[in-house]
Design a binder for this molecule. Structure first.
Ligand code: DX5
Ligand code: ZN
Length: 230
């Protein structure tokens, strides 16, 4: 299965979205895991790319995205925790990403990268570490499709949600237009997801909470119920 990558956000409507992080899946049976999590109601699939430099951990690369792209036509939301986003945007676009989110700390020309993602026809996301102030996004916040607020230090799944990120979520929401998405990532479960939704988040990445559950349909449903109608 394959299809032309395109900015996914307009076609996903304006409801709250659940984005399971494949970092937490069982890689020995990833095809089944993808089928199961999509059947469970995943709106998009979140892919965490780590280069061992920007963060002290290694995960998947463009080859992984290419294989997953062949397997599913579900939306691939690729979060690149890398030192050289300009280089990797091209590689992940070729591989079939639909949205690419890069870190503001990793580049001194974020506007060029957002423009490039637009030229490629992809969704453009910008993100920031917990210690980076929201003001640093100012030069590009009006141009992106999505802002991702990290609610843990990037690098590992299964960490504890940082509650002191809630005011940052609210501050960034105030700076966004209605069509711009606000994603949260790290330690998200029904309880922490609800706190984020109350501050204006509308895309919820969850790794361990979904893939480590006994029943993914129940896990996705519980998260969706917690973040809806707020
Ligand atoms: C952390 C990653 C997250 C992570 C979330 O660097 O960006 O997407 O996989 O995992 P959980 O939900 O387990 O905290
Ligand atoms: Zn992520």
């Amino acid at each position: 299965m394959s299809r032309k990558p395109a900015n996914p956000w307009p076609s996903l409507g304006d409801g709250r979205l659940i984005a399971p992080s494949l970092l937490a899946c069982d890689f020995a049976r990833i095809g089944q895991q993808i089928d199961d999590v999509v059947a469970a109601g995943a709106d998009v699939l979140h892919v965490d790319v780590m280069d061992g430099h920007f963060v002290p951990n290694l995960s998947m690369g463009p080859g992984f995205v290419k294989k997953v792209r062949r397997f599913t036509d579900h939306v691939l939301d690729v979060h690149i925790m890398v030192d050289d986003p300009a280089y990797y945007i091209e590689r992940f676009a070729e591989a079939g990403a639909d949205n690419i989110t890069f870190h503001i700390e990793a580049t001194d020309r974020p506007a060029d990268l957002v423009r490039r993602l637009g030229e490629l026809g992809l969704g453009a996301g910008i993100t920031l570490r917990p210690g980076t102030p929201a003001e640093q996004l100012e030069p590009v916040i009006g141009q992106v499709d999505m802002v991702l607020v990290m609610t843990v230090e990037p690098g590992y799944g299964g960490q504890e949600f940082m509650e002191d990120m809630l005011p940052k979520i609210a501050a960034i929401r105030r700076r966004l237009a209605d069509h711009q998405r606000l994603e949260v990532d790290g330690g998200i479960n029904p309880g922490t997801g609800k706190l984020c939704a109350e501050q204006g988040a509308d895309v919820f990445v969850a790794g361990e909470n979904i893939f480590n559950s006994h029943d993914m349909t129940t896990a996705v449903g519980r998260l969706r119920t917690a973040v809806q109608n707020i």
